[in-house]
Design a protein. Structure first.
Lengths: 501, 326
């Protein structure tokens, strides 16, 4: 109850006129930042950080966290319309969001994505409001072995739940691991597979690869198909929002599952990226419409978006209570906290009550403001689909190039992006899935690092992965998910055989 | 209307004494670490101070180039030779990166501007750990069957050198586990996944205040100067030095600013003056105290001599550890 009172006070603080203005400004800026691939949440927040030094910390964090919410919403827009994920956690949204847009259902896909984001975020905030101290101490139980188990769980759920040819998933995954290993090895401090090149030293940035694999390759595919534009019959009406909402209760189970996955991954901190992939993978396996995933199923948009936002929001919890950022943007916000003279950590909730509850209240309000703003823009963004492709394509390519360039201010990255565009095209032609490669690229080096740290600590004893209840549960769960697919296929085959005999 | 004014300014600058150099484009501060880290905070504090006090008309931009443990930023500054509007914030990494990788980098390729502070290191343990002094820790390490785990930031860098120094001085055998940042190591210590860390004060202060971890001793020659209470009953000054507890390991890390090579002495002098002003502001002093950084301002010859001494010291430490590649 004490929390509830504090929250009400927080609402009072967040609802002052100037804080509401900051909130709206933040959301708008965030959407712009989220739409431009490469600029991204962390950069947007970092650029605006100095502007807030003169403000009082509560207003400052409201402005900056609203940018964060806005960027979370905005990331979905380009994923759905152009198959270019603006943020890493939007990749899974493209799988079904883009096919929907191609079928002229862009408005529906956008509405579904935004509403799912909102639901996920609210789940995350509720978690923070209700069980903040409890959850914080849970996160402390995660050592290197537990982290590795979480990543393993993500990989296994993706392979086991996949419906494509498993050999092809494996190959795609391995290419991703290989790419993730390029650059500096953080455990030994040595360079790997850089061939003396200063550019490769940075490793392959996830976004450069993704913009190429998804965005550029998609343009190549469309060009091959004779510039035919598929979205031209996109209807632009506000009623599409209501129609989509009417369909959403049908996917209740998926929403709840994704919320749970997201909150758990955000707190542990497996992060929004892993959460979005896992949410999608699980929905595909357990949904009645699982077979249609990837062909424009609304559930395939709802699942990853809900999970990503539940995780993105929950990720602020370990940041506030432990001082460990759950995401890159959270890391920048953390730096901001310190510059304003606030010390994140277990004492923040005690010493800076106003600030913490003002922030939590702004999470509710910022997400609500964000939802309203983005929903109003649905017709506007959907209208982009009516512009002839011949005119839009060069523009998309330019935005892709700018995005790839801004990540590290490097021309080399634009070439890399084009290179991966061709790789993506070849993969699509040969019917290899791209998602496992992307997943391995994002989480591969983290998984490796966690594995090696665990091995260093245990002196090479693999027993560390069964050392306590938490880690062994995770490992068993991972292996179950991995084998689920093959075994159920086998059973189905055997049953089929028996039936024919 | 404006024409005469412009003419007047032009005239004034034409006939006056030769004007000192001033930046005309935005000044870019390149940070070799990710946003949110200690180097990044320093750069953004400097940015805030310069803009708030209008020390220069040129806007200040902070750019993070964290890849390859800072090597990306160093390569960038190296290739920007002659550009007087680009600064590099740096730590001891300015020697360590060239010496431990095969990259063709050297601090002598850059123009030293000023050293702004020194960062201390301490030996931290979990608040619930039985050790009360560095000696307790050493004895526990000797008695333990499996080697104790010491965490820190990065591989073959400051934290690991200190951990190895402790092993050597005390004749013990701990295992060093590299983390991507001090905050991560601190959390792992709070969760008892590590037995100790060699973190900077700023990296561990949150958990110390929260009662999750505590310092045993600092690796400095003297106790830290800040006497204001950080926790309920302890200040930075209250932490004993490791040497006083029979663990004779001393290490401090420089935090300074470099320009690219090939800039003129006037340009260098401009920045020395700028950072002298920054270091005299109250905001800067507050920042130093908050992060428990030691106020060690050095510029010019003094800074260069210091750098040369430190380089030799690190070369010897790295060669001892077998980390030296060039």
């Amino acid at each position: 109850m004490e929390n509830f009172q504090a929250l009400m006070q927080g609402f009072e603080l967040a609802l002052s006129m100037h804080n509401i203005l900051y909130m709206i400004l933040g959301v708008l800026l965030g959407i712009v930042v989220g739409v431009l691939p490469g600029l991204g949440g962390p950069n947007g927040v970092a650029i605006l950080l100095p502007l807030t030094f003169g403000m009082d910390p509560t207003s400052a964090i409201i402005l900056l966290s609203s940018i964060y919410w806005g960027a979370l919403f905005g990331g979905a827009i380009t994923s759905i319309l152009f198959n270019i994920p603006g943020e890493a956690w939007s990749v899974a949204t493209t799988f079904d969001g883009y096919p929907m847009a191609q079928q002229g259902r862009a408005g529906e896909a956008l509405t579904a994505a935004f509403s799912a984001s909102f639901i996920g975020a609210i789940c995350g905030v509720l978690l923070i409001t209700l069980v903040a101290p409890l959850v914080a101490s849970f996160a402390l139980r995660f050592g290197p072995a537990e982290f590795f188990a979480v990543y393993l769980l993500t990989f296994c759920s993706f392979i086991g739940m996949g419906r494509e040819n498993r050999g092809k998933i494996g190959i795609s995954l391995c290419i991703g691991f290989l790419l993730a290993a390029v650059g500096m090895d953080s455990i030994s401090g040595d360079m790997r597979m850089t061939w003396g090149s200063g550019e490769l030293m940075r490793g392959f940035d996830f976004l450069v690869v993704v913009i190429g694999l998804f965005g550029v390759s998609e343009i190549l595919m469309t060009v091959e198909e004779g510039l035919e534009f598929k979205g031209k019959n996109a209807r632009i009406q506000m009623t599409v929002v209501l129609k989509t909402w009417a369909q959403m209760p049908r996917h209740f189970v998926t929403l709840v599952r994704s919320c749970a996955v997201g909150m758990w991954m955000g707190v542990t901190p497996g992060g929004a990226i892993a959460a979005s992939f896992m949410g999608y993978g699980l929905a595909r396996r357990f949904s009645r419409n699982g077979r249609n995933f990837g062909k424009g199923e609304m559930e395939g948009v709802l699942a990853p978006e809900t999970a990503a936002h539940a995780a993105g929001t929950s990720a602020l919890l370990p940041m506030l209570s432990l001082g460990i950022p759950g995401s890159a943007t959270a890391a920048v916000l953390l730096g901001g906290l310190m510059i304003w003279g606030l010390q994140p950590g277990p004492l923040l909730f005690v010493e800076q009550k106003d600030f913490v509850w003002g922030l939590i209240a702004s999470m509710y309000l910022g997400n609500l403001a964000g939802l309203i703003i983005v929903l109003l823009t649905v017709p506007l963004f959907a209208a982009i689909m009516r512009v002839p492709f011949g005119m839009v394509a060069p523009l998309i390519l330019m935005v892709c190039a700018i995005g790839a360039y801004t990540i590290a201010n490097s021309i080399f990255d634009i070439w890399l992006m084009l290179g991966f565009g061709i790789v993506g095209y070849v993969f699509k032609k040969l019917d290899y899935p791209l998602a496992p490669m992307v997943l391995a690229l994002v989480l591969g080096d983290r998984a490796e690092e966690a594995f090696r740290m665990a091995m260093l600590g245990s002196g090479g004893d693999v027993g560390v992965f069964a050392a306590n209840g938490l880690v062994s549960t995770l490992i068993v769960l991972a292996l179950t998910l991995l084998l689920w697919g093959p075994i159920s296929d086998l059973l189905a085959k055997m049953r089929g055989k028996m039936a024919t005999e | 209307m404006f024409r005469p004014a412009i003419a007047l300014v032009a005239l004034a600058s034409g006939i006056g004494p030769v004007m000192a150099w001033e930046p005309t484009r935005p000044i870019e501060i390149v940070v070799p670490f990710s946003p949110g880290g200690a180097s990044d905070q320093m750069a953004r504090t400097i940015q805030g101070i310069i803009q708030k006090n209008s020390f220069t008309k040129a806007p200040i931009v902070v750019v993070n180039k964290p890849a390859a443990a800072g090597a990306e930023a160093m390569m960038d500054i190296k290739s920007s030779a002659g550009d007087p509007q680009k600064l590099l914030t740096t730590s001891t990494g300015v020697f360590l990166t060239p010496m431990t990788t095969k990259l063709d980098l050297a601090w002598t390729d850059y123009t030293p501007v000023a050293m702004l502070a020194e960062d201390a290191f301490a030996l931290w343990v979990n608040a619930g750990a039985p050790y009360q002094s560095a000696q307790d820790f050493v004895e526990a390490a000797k008695a333990s069957g499996a080697p104790l785990k010491v965490g820190g930031t990065g591989s073959k860098r400051e934290d690991q050198l200190i951990a190895l120094g402790v092993n050597k001085a005390a004749g013990i055998n701990t295992i060093y586990i590299p983390h991507t940042g001090g905050g991560q190591a601190s959390t792992q210590l709070a969760g008892q996944h590590l037995d100790a860390t060699t973190n900077n004060p700023a990296e561990e202060v949150a958990n110390w205040r929260g009662g999750a971890t505590r310092p045993l001793c600092v690796f400095s020659a003297e106790a830290l100067p800040y006497t204001e209470k950080v926790t309920e009953d302890e200040s930075w000054h209250d932490i004993p030095t490791c040497a006083s507890q029979g663990l004779d390991v001393q290490y401090q890390m420089l935090r300074g600013i470099f320009l690219p090579g090939g800039v003129t002495p006037e340009q260098q002098a401009y920045y020395v003056d700028l950072f002298t002003k920054v270091s005299e502001t109250d905001e800067w002093k507050e920042y130093l105290e908050r992060s428990a950084l030691l106020p060690e301002f050095r510029a010019g010859e003094d800074f260069v001599t210091y750098l040369q001494g430190e380089e030799e010291k690190h070369r010897a430490m790295l060669s001892d550890a077998g980390f030296l590649v060039q």
